[in-house]
Design a binder for this molecule. Structure first.
Ligand SMILES: *[C@@H]1O[C@H](CO)[C@@H](O)[C@H](O)[C@H]1NC(C)=O
Length: 149
């Protein structure tokens, strides 16, 4: 199955269930505005992420600019140090956003956060950015999570 199909399948699955609104901090959405962040499943906060599982992230935001592309960059911040956190699909245009992105339009960015079994059992902050053509943040959100076994 292609990455694109995985994303579409995920969106369909997610649409059938309810995401949980999580508390987040905006870490500098310079060319956009975030309305909501849903993570599924996350019955209590901070979200408990079980190793070997994958979590759906749904960010509702409004773009302040037009952009042909969008690229996600995810970091796990551990004791203040940002460490790159690989996600399967970096291209936001394959994750619920129909590109080109238009100014003053609301989008749902839907992707998944895979939690590898080799990750340590720690609390950390996930920092998720979506960058436009010029590398500016359409959104930058931060939320705490706890990795559990
Ligand atoms: C993402 O969240 C928005 C706002 O809650 C919702 O309208 C939309 O259906 C969600 N998208 C998916 C794929 O679940």
């Amino acid at each position: 199955m292609a990455f694109r199909d995985v994303c579409i399948l995920l969106m369909l699955l997610l649409a059938l269930t309810y995401g949980e609104h999580v508390k987040f901090l905006d870490c500098g959405s310079s060319v956009g505005k975030v309305a909501l962040v849903d993570i599924h499943p996350c019955p209590k906060q901070p979200c408990q992420l079980q190793k070997g599982h994958s979590y759906a992230v749904n960010v509702t935001f409004t773009s302040g600019v037009a952009s042909q592309t969008s690229k996600a960059v995810v970091h796990g911040v551990i004791a203040g140090v940002p460490i790159p956190f690989p996600i399967p699909v970096e291209d936001g245009c394959k994750c619920g956003i129909s590109c080109p992105i238009q100014k003053q339009t609301s989008y749902n960015y839907v992707n998944q956060l895979p939690v590898k079994t080799e990750y340590p059992k720690i609390k950390l902050v996930v920092e998720w950015e979506l960058r436009d053509d010029s590398g500016k943040d359409l959104f930058c959100i931060k939320f705490p999570v706890q990795i559990v076994s």
